[in-house]
Design a protein around this ligand. Structure first.
Ligand code: FES
Length: 163
């Protein structure tokens, strides 16, 4: 099971101050919090909503759930984005996606591995259709993936992580 992190409220205070402490900067604040935790912990959103003038926890939750860039669930250290847009789909993204799911230990119904190392997201275009099918892991682009090639990529990461 992936553990939700304990929030360092001093760090959240620093982020609020750094962003000028205004409610109009809420998105920038949430982006920075997500950079620290790789998702938006519930305790952090409640804290921001109670601490900042003109906001409430409900408003912060509303903003966080409205924008697709924010995740309310913990992400893995390695965030896998597997494209299943049209160009990638017709060139075989499904076998690649299935190979990722088969190779990694996802809990039933979850898209983050039990050890918290990987999370998986299916996206509709990564803007690199000429390289289809495409997988991005963190900021690295893996072009023209096959089920065998993605297994090698994942195995290399697992080796580097001594898993
Ligand atoms: S459809 Fe996959 S990168 Fe565009």
């Amino acid at each position: 099971m992936v553990c939700k992190e304990t929030v360092d409220f001093k760090k959240i205070d620093e982020i609020i101050t750094e962003c000028g402490g205004k409610k109009s900067n809420l998105i920038a604040i949430l982006q920075k919090v997500q950079e620290v935790y790789r998702y938006l912990p519930e305790d952090a959103m409640i804290y921001i909503g109670s601490k900042m003038e003109g906001l409430s926890p409900a408003t912060v939750f509303g903003v966080a759930t409205f924008y697709a860039q924010f995740s309310l669930d913990p992400k893995g250290k390695y965030e896998i984005k597997c494209c299943d847009g049209t160009a990638c789909h017709v060139r075989g993204s499904m076998p690649v996606l299935n190979a990722i799911k088969a190779r990694l230990d996802f809990e039933e119904g979850k898209l983050t591995t039990k050890d918290g190392l990987f999370s998986l997201e299916t996206v509709s275009c990564l803007g690199a259709c000429g390289l289809a099918p495409v997988v991005v892991i963190n900021d690295k682009v893996y072009p023209q993936m096959t089920s065998d090639a993605i297994k090698v990529v994942i195995d290399t990461i697992l080796q580097e992580e001594n898993k």
